[in-house]
Design a protein around this ligand. Sequence first.
Ligand SMILES: Nc1ncnc2c1ncn2[C@@H]1O[C@H](COP(=O)(O)OP(=O)(O)OP(=O)(O)O)[C@@H](O)[C@H]1O
Ligand SMILES: [Mg+2]
Length: 144
Amino acid sequence: VSAADRSSGARTQVVTGGPLALDVEAASDLAKARVRLMTMLRDAGFSTRAQTQVVTAASELLRNALMYAGGGKFEARMTRRGVRIEVWDEGPGISERVMHELQEGTYRSPTGLGKGLAGCKALMDTFRMMSIPGRTHAVMEKNL
Ligand SMILES: Nc1ncnc2c1ncn2[C@@H]1O[C@H](COP(=O)(O)OP(=O)(O)OP(=O)(O)O)[C@@H](O)[C@H]1O
Ligand SMILES: [Mg+2]
């Protein structure tokens, strides 16, 4: 952002960086993703509260990718509306039964609280997930 941009008072959204892309293969990558995403959101003008909500939701997806698929990919980019986050992996996928129970809100997790994906839905403005054996892909957005 140049000094001229800052002083103009125009409510133009200034995109300061390109998209964020990261392979997530270990807990340290998750930490890296959190820090970089937080910076990106702050620079884009998200409130502290919204920053925390988005980082929390992204962490849940990345935790799942690590835990259930042994790793995955993370991408965050600014759109005209706000931020779009994508996380995908090439793990076993989520069974139709679990997918259905998640949708109904009746899912009971054997490994965790079973609140990760429900949390994403609650914290973000849009949340979509598709999963087949060999590919799980989540896309979620938060508006500025
Ligand atoms: N990337 C994924 N690959 C395969 N299965 C997944 C993936 N993400 C989620 N799942 C399945 O969906 C279930 C629900 O995920 P969710 O994150 O909501 O809950 P959890 O991980 O069990 O518990 P929590 O996140 O609250 O600790 C998981 O228990 C797991 O069976
Ligand atoms: Mg989880």
